[in-house]
Design a protein around this ligand. Structure first.
Ligand SMILES: Cc1cc2nc3c(=O)[nH]c(=O)nc-3n(C[C@H](O)[C@H](O)[C@H](O)COP(=O)(O)OP(=O)(O)OC[C@H]3O[C@@H](n4cnc5c(N)ncnc54)[C@H](O)[C@@H]3O)c2cc1C
Length: 455
C-alpha cells in the first residue's frame, strides 16, 4: 500500500516536473522533511537506500540522470560476495550476464601480445551492464520503501549551525536528519562543502569504452566459452601507447565491452591521439579485431575513475548529519589485474547505512555517533585492500613499468617462438629482450620485487 503510494507520488512528481519547468526538488510540494536523503542512485546510494528503507527510515534518493545508471560508465565485471551480503539470494535475480570463469592478462607490444590465462569451473564475479545493475539496485531500494526521484541535480549540501540539514537544487530545498553523499567520483558537492579540493589529474584515470553487439553464439565460439561463462581480459603496454593504465575486454551475454583506462596525470602529457582513436586502435588491433569483426557498436562513452586510494579520501567520512560513500570517498581499488569499484561502492553504502542505523539507536546522527562508519570501514576488506594494495600508485610513478615489462614479455616470447635456423635458449631470449627493453638485471629484479610486494 505504502509502496503504491510512493509510486503514485513519484509519478505525480514526474508529471508535475514535465508540466511546470524549471525543474528542481519538487518533492517539496509533497513532503520536505525526510529521515535520510541520498544524493546519487549509483551502487553506493542505492545500497544505502535499500538498507535504510528496509529498516523503516523515510528515504529519498535524488538522481540527476533520467534513470539510475544513465550517467555512469564502467568496464564490465562485478565481484558478487559483497553484493550477496547486502541482497542475499535476491542477487541471483540481478541482471547478471555471465559468470567470469576465464581471466586473461596480456602484455602488448606493437602487433604482438603475450597472455597469461586462468580457467576455472567456479566463479566469484559476473559481467553486467552498469545501467541495468544500477536500475535493479535502485528498484530494490524502491521496493523496500525508498522514493527515487530522477532528473534532479543537487547543487548544494545545506550546512547550518555545525551540521548538515538538507540539500538544495536551484531555489528549492529539502531537509533531512541525515544526508548521504553518493555522488560518485566527480564530487562537486564535497568540494562545495570544503571537504575535498578540486580533483587533481594524479588522483584519477579517464576511461573510454565501446560496447559491441555480437550475439551469444559468436561470443562463446570466439572466446572459447560455454553458455553463461564469461571472460575478463586486461591488457597493458602498447595497447595504451605505453601510457600508465590498461585496456579491458569483458564478455556480456550477447555483446563485448572493450575500452581503456588511462592515468590522467600521464595522459594529459603523453596522449598523442584522441582517446576515442585509441579505443578504435584497440578495436582494430591485429590480434583482437577478428574477435568482433562483424559486430555492431551499440554505444560508447567516457568517465573518470578514482585511482589514488586513501590519498584521495576526504579527511572525514562522517560529519554531523552527513556520510560519504563509494567513489565520492575515493573508495575504489585498481590493481591492474582487476578493478573493484561497484562492489566497493555498494559495500561502503551498506556500511554507511549500518552505521546510520546504529547512530539512530544511540540517539541521533551526530558526528560522534556516525563515526562508527569510519571504524567499520577501517575494519572492512575495502579499507584493508586500499591500504595494502598500493602497487598501482607506485606503478604509475614508474611509467617504465608500462613500457619495459610488456616489451620484455613480448620480446622474450618472440625470441623463443620465432625460430629461423638456430633454436634459441630461453635464458638467451630473455636477456636479449631485456637489453632491448633497456632493463638492467638489477633494476629488473628490483622492479619485480617491488611489484610483487605491493600487489
Ligand atoms: C572506464 C571504467 C571502467 C570501470 N570498470 C569497472 C569494473 O569493471 N568493475 C567495477 O567494479 N568497477 C569499475 N569501474 C568503477 C565503477 O564504475 C565505480 O566505482 C562505481 O560505479 C561507483 O559507484 P558510486 O555509486 O560510488 O558512483 P557512481 O556509479 O558514479 O554513481 C553516482 C550517481 O550519482 C549521481 N549524481 C552525481 N552527482 C549528483 C548530483 N549532484 N545530484 C544528483 N545525482 C548526482 C550520478 O548521476 C550517478 O548516478 C569502472 C569505472 C570506469 C570509469
Amino acid at each position: 500500500m505504502y509502496l503504491n503510494y510512493l509510486h503514485w507520488v513519484e509519478k505525480s512528481i514526474y508529471i508535475y516536473k514535465k508540466l511546470i519547468p524549471p525543474c528542481g526538488v519538487y518533492v517539496l510540494d509533497v513532503k520536505n522533511k525526510w529521515d535520510v536523503i541520498i544524493v546519487g542512485a549509483g551502487p553506493a546510494g542505492s545500497a544505502a537506500g535499500y538498507m535504510l528503507a528496509k529498516k523503516g527510515f523515510n528515504v529519498l534518493i535524488l538522481e540527476r540522470g533520467r534513470q539510475p545508471g544513465y550517467k555512469e560508465l564502467f568496464g564490465g565485471r562485478v565481484y558478487a560476495e559483497p553484493l550477496r551480503e547486502i541482497y542475499g539470494n535476491d542477487l541471483e535475480k540481478a541482471p547478471i550476464h555471465r559468470w567470469v570463469k576465464r581471466e586473461k592478462l596480456s602484455f602488448v607490444d606493437g602487433s604482438k601480445l603475450v597472455s597469461i590465462e586462468y580457467q576455472s569451473d567456479t566463479s566469484t564475479s559476473f559481467t553486467t551492464y552498469l545501467p541495468q545493475l544500477a536500475r535493479w539496485m535502485a528498484d530494490k531500494a524502491g521496493e523496500a520503501g525508498a522514493l527515487l526521484v530522477e532528473e534532479v541535480t543537487v547543487d548544494r549540501i545545506i550546512y547550518k549551525d555545525g551540521k548538515v540539514i538538507g540539500v538544495g537544487s536551484g531555489s528549492d530545498e529539502v531537509y533531512a536528519d541525515l544526508v548521504i553523499d553518493a555522488e560518485g567520483v566527480n564530487r562537486l558537492l564535497l568540494e562545495g562543502l570544503g571537504l575535498v579540493v578540486k580533483l587533481q589529474p594524479e588522483q584519477v584515470a579517464v576511461g573510454a569504452k565501446e560496447t559491441i553487439k555480437l550475439g551469444e553464439d559468436k561470443i562463446n565460439e570466439r572466446f572459447g566459452l560455454n553458455k553463461e561463462e564469461g571472460m575478463a581480459w586486461l591488457l597493458m603496454g602498447g595497447i595504451t601507447d605505453y601510457i600508465p593504465g590498461g585496456a579491458f575486454i569483458y564478455t556480456n551475454k550477447d555483446s563485448v565491452s572493450i575500452g581503456l583506462v588511462l592515468h590522467l596525470g600521464h595522459a594529459i602529457k603523453e596522449v598523442k591521439d584522441h582517446i576515442s582513436q585509441m579505443v578504435e586502435k584497440l578495436r582494430l588491433h591485429p590480434q583482437l579485431r577478428n574477435l568482433w569483426i562483424d559486430g555492431d557498436i551499440m554505444e560508447y562513452g567516457g568517465h573518470l575513475t578514482p585511482e589514488a586510494g586513501p590519498a584521495m579520501m576526504p579527511k572525514k567520512l562522517a560529519l554531523n548529519g552527513f556520510l560519504i560513500t563509494g567513489d565520492a570517498g575515493g573508495l575504489l581499488l585498481n590493481v591492474g589485474y582487476t578493478i573493484r569499484g561497484v562492489d566497493f561502492a555498494a559495500y561502503t553504502g551498506y556500511l554507511a547505512a549500518k552505521a546510520a542505523i546504529e547512530a539512530h539507536d544511540k540517539g541521533g546522527f551526530t558526528e560522534q555517533n556516525l563515526k562508527a562508519y569510519e571504524s567499520m570501514l577501517k575494519n572492512s576488506f575495502v579499507y584493508k585492500d586500499l591500504t595494502r594494495l598500493t602497487g598501482m600508485q607506485d606503478l604509475y610513478n614508474d611509467p617504465g613499468m608500462f613500457k619495459a615489462l610488456p616489451k620484455l614479455a613480448v620480446g622474450t616470447a618472440a625470441n623463443v617462438f620465432e625460430i629461423d635456423l638456430e633454436t634459441p635458449g630461453v635464458w638467451n631470449s630473455f636477456n636479449k629482450a631485456r637489453r632491448n627493453a633497456g632493463l638492467g638485471l638489477l633494476s629488473l629484479a628490483w622492479k619485480g620485487y617491488r611489484l610483487m610486494k605491493k600487489m
